[in-house]
Design a protein around this ligand. Sequence first.
Ligand code: COA
Length: 331
Amino acid sequence: MKKVKIKGTGIYTPKKVVSNTDLEKIVETSDEWIFERTGIRNRRICSTEGGEWPSDMAYHATLDALKAANLEPNDIDFIVFASVTPDFKLPNTACILQQKLGITNKCAAIDIAAACSGFVYGVNMVTGLIKIGAIKNALVIGSEMLSREVNWKDRNSCILFGDGCGVAIIGENEDGDESDILSLHLGADGSGKEFFDQPIGGAVEPITETHLKEDAHYMQMKGKEMFKVATRTLAENAKLVLKKADKTLEDVDWLIPHQANVRIIETTGKMLGIPPEKVIINIDKYANTSAATVPIAMHEAIADGRIKRGDTLLLDAFGAGLTSGATLLKY
Ligand SMILES: CC(C)(COP(=O)(O)OP(=O)(O)OC[C@H]1O[C@@H](n2cnc3c(N)ncnc32)[C@H](O)[C@@H]1OP(=O)(O)O)[C@@H](O)C(=O)NCCC(=O)NCCS
């Protein structure tokens, strides 16, 4: 089996910053309420004029990741684009990105819809292909423009989300160092599918004028239910990947959890017994960017020097579906 390495990472965060105070002008809320209940202060919102579509954000982030990995676009032989807000229904955003990057090697390009777990799903799926030598370098993306799907009149949900993108180039470790994916887990529990959904706008119920009038076509969430399952699942999955790799929490240098609510992260941390200083948190700046939270948090901690080569990272994600996944890796 080949060893698998994160060769480079990159992010793109939209230019427009929307603060809690800005939201006070749109819905009945307050900076204090939002910060206390969620840990969020700001979120980024994509331009609707163009230039910041999910594929554009991924394009900019990938250029940085390629540079960090010292690779060319044509070195990528698999693109996995995780998003619940793709550019279009067809073609998939991975193909759009392949073209934007000028990749001419006809590499495979797929979108996956695993909500907030999408990036971790992507990492874990390509790991298998790299391990058996089927591919050499995969580009895994989490890129979301949730601002399009959020009901900006619903204070229960609109305060929670933001837009952004994070990517990682994951490939065969040819450097002879200890970097590797040590263990992984993917899971789902469809019995909680109504906790966070967007039933209007698919094949079953196309959007009608009535839906538009009633704002029924947006994402909707049962926050309390999500909160409970999220904490339990994040803690369980973290323990699972540690057990699979015969490691303990002591071996983990950094926990990089999905950023949905700082209280979810803190509760999970307490359930696991991991010291807060080992947990990467940036929800205050970006809110919940779904599939993009884990790669953005990971990239920022690499860029500012907290995460160093040889560190053991635990990626831990949970989202609508209900999907979940975790990865234990040596960076
Ligand atoms: C949504 C969430 C922040 C709500 O926090 P909470 O502590 O459970 O708050 P509650 O739902 O009990 O609401 C308390 C009160 O605040 C009100 N409220 C809700 N949103 C508000 C807002 N933005 N500003 C002010 N008040 C608000 C509610 O209406 C409620 O008022 P009521 O008691 O008069 O009915 C929290 O449940 C959460 O983060 N859940 C997880 C959501 C998530 O991230 N899911 C995605 C995972 S991938």
